[in-house]
Design a protein around this ligand. Sequence first.
Ligand code: APR
Length: 237
Amino acid sequence: MASPLSRIFVLTGAGISAESGLGTFRDRGGIWDRFDPLRLATPEAFAADPDTVLDFYNWRRRNALAAEPNPAHRALARAEARLAAAGGELFLCTQNVDDLHERGGARGVVHMHGELLRARCTQCAHTFACRDDIARTDPCPRCARIGLRPDIVWFGEMPMHLEAIDAALARADLFVAVGTSGSVYPAAGYVAQARRLGIRTCEVNLEPSDNAALFDERRYGPAGEIVPAFLAAHGLG
Ligand code: APR
């Protein structure tokens, strides 16, 4: 018999990895305060200056590999396992491209903006696990041509796994957003989509996000403290 809350849709953003030492994007001093996304996170930027874009993601990949999961990642993984054992589901959709959810023990992580630890061939579209720096001259392991890029969704590109995400949201009892500013669509629109479906919504964040008014329940504080407390309060601690 699944718990009263049997299907939870959790959307995470950069804030859940902040206490692991990975910067967020829009906080003061965040990544987009220090770097220009138009020069580093668009297909046009990559076409114009691939070395600079590859260096930026090599730097972020090294940071992600040096970081450790925090109690928020681990609490979500425990809740995922408990719900699965009770016949329920915790669908973990992340905007993050680090692997801290996986290293925190989560099993089914859906990376809608791609993954730093995967590369993609621009010639044959082959994608593969990649923990090392990517250089412009590296050959694709499948077609041997050069032209590798990070398997990341850049601004102006279509996010990944959208059908699976919509299907999971449609079957959820609860929608929880953790550590996201609610600035980037389609992820920013999921809380409104949940409300239209009659699903209870909760924001767990350091401070109110852009769409805080759309949430039925709001918990504010560092994710490493409030995510475990929130899940425990719902019998999933
Ligand atoms: N605990 C919880 N929340 C936190 C913490 C923390 N320790 N630190 C920061 N936050 C919150 C901030 O208050 C903010 O609301 O995390 C949120 C981070 O927002 P953004 O920096 O905008 O990151 P995110 O919402 O993930 O951005 C979405 O934008 O640039 C693109 O592709 C990129 O996936 C990213 C997307």
